[in-house]
Design a protein around this ligand. Structure first.
Ligand code: SF4
Length: 229
């Protein structure tokens, strides 16, 4: 997405981009994207510069792009030709569109390190956190079971209408992780670093509490990365 625009299927209370906007009519086409990264990769390769990693992310949800599967395969092919397969391709996603088989297949075939948002354990907290019905949560969990492996990103936050760092909520979240355990490569734990909309009245989770959540997650058998306390 161009900077300053957002297209997302969630409205996370902590989103730095503000509320969801519907600007899919301004999305670049797959052909435009492919032209852009072919050009950019060729320029880098001509200078002898090899990226450490290529990450698909954006002002919103990348897998909402209707031609995600087309440009994901083209991206992996361009990576191989310009740099080689040792340059890993990552994806940051909210996971809601894994229900589309073409998205799942492209992720399995083209993405080396996919990370999905999974940071609540109960339907009421899902609804309070993202402004979507709990059915979307259950469908996303089902779709995650179809993947071979992935990372989990979990942002913990507290506010007047939502708290996913409470003892009960963390216990419920760990139960959700347990259902997916063989597929989870690692769990990244963090809190808000950028200023969200002040109307949400959110607080960052203090470092000792994040460490407690990380310790519980490790004790449940997961590899944990505690990020930027
Ligand atoms: S998934 Fe990301 S872009 Fe979408 S609302 Fe949540 S934080 Fe914002």
């Amino acid at each position: 997405m161009p900077s300053g625009q957002k297209l997302c299927s969630l409205s996370c209370v902590y989103c730095q981009y503000g509320g969801a906007t519907n600007c899919d009519d301004r999305l670049p086409s797959a052909a435009d994207l492919i032209t852009e990264f072919e050009h950019g990769f060729a320029e880098l390769a001509a200078r002898g510069e090899v990226p450490d990693r290529i990450t698909i992310a954006g002002n919103g949800e990348p897998t909402m792009h209707p031609e995600f599967h087309l440009w994901a395969y083209a991206l992996a092919d361009a990576r191989d030709r310009h740099f080689g397969p040792q340059v890993r391709i990552g994806l940051l996603s909210n996971g809601l569109h894994l229900q589309r088989p073409s998205v799942r297949e492209a992720i399995e075939d083209c993405i080396d390190d996919a990370a999905f948002k999974l940071e609540v354990g109960t339907l009421p907290t899902f609804e309070a956190m993202y402004g979507r019905s709990g059915g979307a949560f259950l469908r996303t969990l089902d779709a995650l079971r179809e993947l071979n492996h992935f990372a989990v990103q979990a942002l913990f936050v507290r506010g007047p209408h939502v708290d996913n760092a409470s003892d009960a909520e963390v216990s419920a979240w760990l139960e959700r992780l347990d259902e997916l355990k063989p597929r989870i490569d690692r769990v990244e734990i963090f809190t808000i670093a950028r200023e969200p909309d002040p109307r949400a009245q959110l607080e960052a989770i203090p470092e000792p509490e994040l460490r407690w959540i990380a310790a519980r997650t490790r004790a449940a058998g997961h590899r944990v990365e505690l990020i930027a306390c």
